[in-house]
Ligand binder design. Sequence first.
Ligand code: NAD
Length: 258
Amino acid sequence: MSRTVVVTGSTSGIGLGIAKAFAAEGCHVVINGFGEPDAIEAVRRELEVLGGGRVIYHGADMTKPEEIEDLIGTAAANFGSVDVLVNNAGIQHVARIEDFPTAQWDRIIAINLTSAFHTTRTAIPLMKAKGKGRIINVASAHALVASPYKSAYVAAKHGILGFTKTAALELAEFGITVNAICPGYVLTPLVERQIPDTARERGISEDEVKTEVMLRLQATKEFVAIEEVAATAVFLASDAARQITGTHISIDGGWTAQ
Ligand code: NAD
């Protein structure tokens, strides 16, 4: 029986990489996120040939609880249940606290933190009915340490780690594990977009943002690859990871070892 995997924010970057990895395992996958309809349909078709599972798209906006409920409901209606939930959707905004637009603060908390509450609460009854399940939250090194000018993001990511631990305790006896992945910098559109703002805030060049800010603490001096994050998600969803719950796996080139 193919497993059913829901990945939020999977039209781009890390989420797309995770969706690809599960599709290649033969899973049914529900992809989600924003983008041009033609581009999303091309991604959907590309994923479907990888492993033979079905791939459907749902456009739920992670700021809208009722759309999130419909995302999980649609997965269950199409495939019978949700076996693996990957809470990945996330956005960033770089600004000093005193200049931080309050609407951006609310949006980051909604997408990066609260959406995982809504997906999780809706998926739990489905997973409990099956007696197993996997919930994987894509957090960040910024769930463990801070950087200036990213107050909303760091607050949301620290929050998702607390939510991960609480959910793990509530669900441990139901065969459901809940874990977080904490990547360092991965060169995705989210990171590319923050380079100009970071350069402006710090008064340095865009190249220096990469070498002096992003890779400064990444001891390997390399960006993390999307495929490396995806492989960790696949591992956390495997039977071998059944006793791993309520914790996080860092993939940050040594950043948070310091
Ligand atoms: P990305 O910008 O490439 O992709 C983000 C995805 O989320 C896209 O599919 C986008 O359409 C979707 N999305 C955005 N707003 C949404 C909304 N309201 N509703 C539904 N979908 C929405 O970013 P990424 O770098 O791949 O980031 C993915 C996750 O990984 C985020 O949670 C991010 O915080 C985390 N992360 C990224 C890095 C990194 O260096 N790139 C490091 C650590 C953690």
